[in-house]
Write a protein of this length. Structure first.
Length: 277
């Protein structure tokens, strides 16, 4: 059977026997070892594991910011770099430009990413402005578009950061500890905000986090990684119904999952200590 050229891919990202080495000579070390991973469109994948196990390295591989030392990385059925795919990113530090308004910061990807960049000059005060305002409303920041970054709290800036990552409707959303610097109450509030955005916009999400409750609340799959050199040792489906609420986190099955993840990571850290001279 012939597959139509416009038919969406069944795999949004795939790593085949991937290794990543950093450094040269005596200073070289293996950061990621023999990693295989398949992610389907619409998956929400959380990656957890000991510090330095290669979680952020996988993000960089999929985003095309890093090339593997061995193996292959495919995105949307093609090798990374062969064809552009929309990617949104949000990190622990929102890094808003202080001389721009919140709305202008959110619209920055539209100024850079095609095809939006082609019409930015024409649409920035109409269509794109409306798109930014709609996202601000979704995250509870209506009326803050004209504010400057220093006028917003950390939690408000991370809401705006999510808006900026989603403004160009990316197929892939890469999140590296986006809530790590926030207090627990703000973090839990933003879990629900992110969940709602994911349900509404349906991107494929890679989330790196050290918060096991965050992973269990947000993800449809949780990947547990070994200590360095990292590799995926567990791939757990998360079957809690959506939308999830904070009440979900008090259910016995939720506690069982986070306790099992904690045990696996603890064992990985012990193995690392056993092999470290």
């Amino acid at each position: 059977m012939t597959v139509a050229a416009h038919e969406p891919p069944t795999k949004i990202a795939q790593l085949e026997n991937v290794r990543v080495r950093f450094g040269k000579g005596d200073d070289a070390f293996l950061a990621l070892d023999q990693t295989n991973l398949t992610v389907r469109p619409g998956d929400f994948v959380a990656m957890v594991g000991p510090s330095g196990c290669g979680k952020s390295t996988i993000l960089k591989l999929v985003a095309g910011l890093l090339q593997p030392s061995d193996g292959n990385v495919f995105v949307a059925g093609r090798e990374v770099g062969a064809e552009k795919i929309g990617i949104g990113m949000a990190f622990q530090n929102p890094t808003m430009l202080p001389w721009l308004t919140i709305r202008e910061n959110i619209m920055l990807p539209l100024k850079i990413v095609k095809p939006f960049a082609n019409t930015f000059g024409r649409d920035r005060k109409t269509v794109f402005r409306d798109r930014a305002e709609a996202l601000l409303a979704r995250v509870g920041l209506s009326g803050f578009g004209d504010r400057r970054p220093w006028e917003l709290s950390g939690g408000m800036l991370q809401r705006a950061n999510l808006c900026r990552a989603l403004i160009h409707e990316p197929a892939l959303l890469m999140l590296d500890e986006p809530f790590g610097a926030l207090d627990q109450f703000t973090r839990e509030e933003l879990w629900s905000v992110l969940q709602d955005l994911w349900i509404e916009t349906e991107p494929t999400v890679f989330l790196v986090t050290h918060d096991l409750r965050e992973a269990a609340f947000l993800a449809s799959r949780i990947l547990v990684m070994s200590a360095r050199p990292g590799r995926v040792t567990e791939d757990r489906a998360v079957g809690f119904s959506r939308p999830r609420t904070l009440e979900t986190t008090f259910e016995p099955a939720f506690s069982d999952l986070t306790n099992e993840l904690r045990r696996l990571i603890f064992e990985a850290r012990l193995k690392q200590k056993e092999v470290t001279p």
